[in-house]
Design a protein around this ligand. Structure first.
Ligand code: AMP
Length: 139
């Protein structure tokens, strides 16, 4: 395995592991956005979300589901921002799928995921149908 996360899976470099099972691993982000910021990964080094096979995607979600609550309870958070940077254009730096679980506290100064683009896109109402059809056709 070639990325830093692969090396964590293989035990070549240390991490503060909070959960491990056959297919997934969760550990603290070394550069946390908040106390308790945790990453959840599939053990296999899939670069992009769409590369993860359905069974392992289900395993990944099951671990995310467990970790989100545990992280919040452990740091007494009021909520969590949970998400993936999928692809370099979206800010993904480590090419091994990883879900960020960032604990949130009321008044912590952070924004919602909607802040990621700065402002809403200017999409005309009449284009929504065509866009939805295009996505549906790809499913
Ligand atoms: P992304 O920009 O979505 O690819 O996020 C990569 C994340 O991995 C960043 O939040 C880093 O702080 C984190 N990171 C990088 N190296 C390590 C490491 N060795 N252990 C834990 N987290 C790491």
């Amino acid at each position: 395995m070639s990325t830093i996360f692969g090396k964590i899976v293989d035990g070549e470099i240390p991490a503060h592991v909070v959960y491990e099972d056959e297919t997934t691993l969760a550990f603290l982000d070394v550069n946390p956005l908040a106390r308790g910021h945790t990453l959840v990964i599939p053990k296999v080094e899939y670069p992009r979300l769409t590369d993860v096979p359905p069974e392992e995607a289900a395993d990944l979600y099951a671990t995310i589901h467990r970790v989100v609550g545990a992280v919040q309870r452990a740091v007494d958070a009021d909520g969590a921002t949970v998400g993936f940077n999928d692809g370099a254009a979206a800010g993904q730096e480590v090419e091994h799928v990883h879900c960020h679980v960032v604990p949130r506290h009321a008044g912590d100064g952070g924004g919602p995921l909607h802040d990621v683009m700065g402002q809403a896109a200017d999409v005309p109402d009449e284009e929504f149908g065509e866009i939805a059809e295009g996505i549906a056709a790809e499913l």
